[in-house]
Ligand binder design. Sequence first.
Ligand SMILES: [Zn+2]
Length: 363
Amino acid sequence: MKNNLCYSTVAQLLPVSKSSHFQQSISIKANALLITPDPNEPISSQLEKTAINNLPKPSLLKNDLIQMYAGPSFNLVRAKNDNYCYGVRDPELAAVSVFMALSKQMDLYLELGLKRPKRPLSVVVNNPFVPDNAYFDAKHFEIHIGIGTGVSRGGLTKQIAFDLGVANHEFGHAIIFLQTGRADLPGKQGAAIHEGIADILGTLVMDYLNRIWHGKRIGKPFTAQDLKDDQRIIGKYALPPYGIRTQKTKKKAPADMVGEPHSDGMIIGSAIADLLVEIASQQGTDVEKQLRLFVKIMLLALALLPDWQITFADLLDTIIIADRRICAGKHRSIIEQCFATHGITSNTIKTISLIEWALGLTN
Ligand SMILES: [Zn+2]
């Protein structure tokens, strides 16, 4: 297959943005990676034809929620010849993939309770000044995805933006910015929760949903058993074969805490991921529907976090409250169990009641 193969007809393969209110609705065909690619296969064989809808201008990869820039020029990504069928070495191809990934995430999460951003999220892919890394800039509401220096040199894969989990992870940080009262999570455990949430609500949930949607298209369903068996790898394309880290650990607080957010984030992240699997793999339920329910509970829990120095126990408490609000407390015992496995116990019912009272939620 030619790298930049284009299609003469626009095929609508995915649910598209319902959020745009632009008068002008434009559909443009593009080649994109709609799931994180397999690092063992050539990228060119993993491209899919897709359509990008609701662009305000036919020539720019932006809408009212997300705008895409590509390094090293830092220009807004433009169509060429009225489409976005770029080649695998062009940073614009990664930009199309990231645009599709973040558009899906933004639309879905807004539907499930994410507070609407006041301005579009600017996303830079292939930023040459960010080697082997990516970050969310809360002040400017920007995501920067860097370039890899190469796995053989001890770095990450050269085009790390192809790992859609990287962009989804940074969006997870944006979720905390949008959802929490202080637009941040203060304190050492707060920093760890930041990373844990970015890994689970950012990367893993979207990876599972993409595998569900992709599986439906190719007739290979992603099942509850697949979810249970998943190794919860973060950075599976960016750092093959083992990834950057896993959220399937037996780590416990306080014994395994080392004071580094990504490492401590594996304690709280594993607890949240255990809960995700418990909720989404319940017998007789639909995995996709349950994943959406899990996200809804988590988004409300984040919005309910108090403004003080946040602890793992505070998050546990607000998840319990969120579940009480959304599901009449149906998941309380599994929530407590998943967190207790990682050494996290509730601040006691009295504190939960106090938080509920302070938030005006008692009824
Ligand atoms: Zn992070």
